[in-house]
Design a protein around this ligand. Structure first.
Ligand code: PEP
Length: 253
């Protein structure tokens, strides 16, 4: 299926990294991004503790702020949790849900992920829904089945290209320095595109990000694959110079 014209998104996931001192990286990133604008949307998802300060710092820049998770409910007796409304209140525009680290560490099922994505959407934010297979699942030849199951179960009713982004993140590629081949990425992204097109009226326009060991040195070839509409970046989003190097994939030569 041909790739429609979709504005890409490059999103940084700081995970459980960063204190107030790390915000200096956002100053550097906004300067670099302003000096050489990239033809993509740019997003940084720091830990909850830094969302307010990041939002204030990036207010008049082209860089949006998001969160790495939210609770499925708007408010209530959920000690330690943060709602999508709270993220919005802090200036967040996107929420990552269903990251494989949360699926593994917090036993998040597809149903839970779908509820969290629905909460983000109901609050007027965009949900970035993560899917991806483990190494064992890939070795067993189950990649497409796993991804199909996660998409079927994790994308909520009400999802559209306007409020939902899918991030394909093979678990074995996250933080390992290993990446699938460009052909493998294209195959899975084409499959996700077909699945979304069957399921959503706007499925051909949903952004599908690739995530897993994206670095300045491999971003251009990964981002050039069919149906790759940007990146979800972990480790290389922590340093402005690395993250900016990834944005080069969307700058003209
Ligand atoms: C991630 O955790 O979403 C991720 C892609 O991490 P990394 O870029 O470090 O592999």
């Amino acid at each position: 299926m041909a790739t429609p014209v979709i504005r890409p998104l490059v999103a940084g996931n700081w995970k459980m990294n960063g204190t107030a001192a790390s915000l200096i990286e956002l100053d550097a990133l906004s300067s670099l991004a302003a000096a050489t604008p990239a033809g993509c949307d740019i997003l940084v998802c720091p830990p909850f503790t830094l969302i307010a300060q990041a939002s204030a710092k990036l207010k008049d820049t082209a860089i949006a702020v998001g969160a790495q998770d939210c609770h499925m409910n708007t408010s209530g007796a959920h000690t330690g949790d943060i709602s999508a409304e709270m993220v919005k209140d802090l200036g967040g525009q996107y929420i990552i849900v269903g990251h494989s680290e949360r699926r593994a560490d917090h036993h998040e099922t597809n149903d839970i992920v779908a509820s969290k994505a629905a909460a983000a959407i109901t609050s007027g934010l965009s949900a970035i829904v993560c899917v991806g297979e483990t190494e064992e699942q890939r070795d067993a030849g189950h990649t497409l089945d796993v991804v199909a199951d996660q998409i079927a179960g994790s994308i909520p009713p009400g999802a559209s290209a306007h409020n939902t982004i899918v991030a394909y993140e093979p678990v074995w590629a996250i933080g390992t320095g290993k990446t699938p081949t460009v052909a493998d990425v294209a195959q899975v992204h084409s499959f996700i595109r077909e699945t979304l097109a069957e399921r959503l009226v706007t499925g051909t326009q949903v952004r599908i990000l690739y995530g897993g060991s994206v670095k300045p040195g491999n971003a251009a070839e990964l981002m050039a694959a069919d149906n790759v509409n940007g990146a979800l970046v972990g480790g290389a989003s922590l340093k402005a110079s690395d993250f900016d190097g990834i944005l080069n994939a969307y700058r003209s030569a």
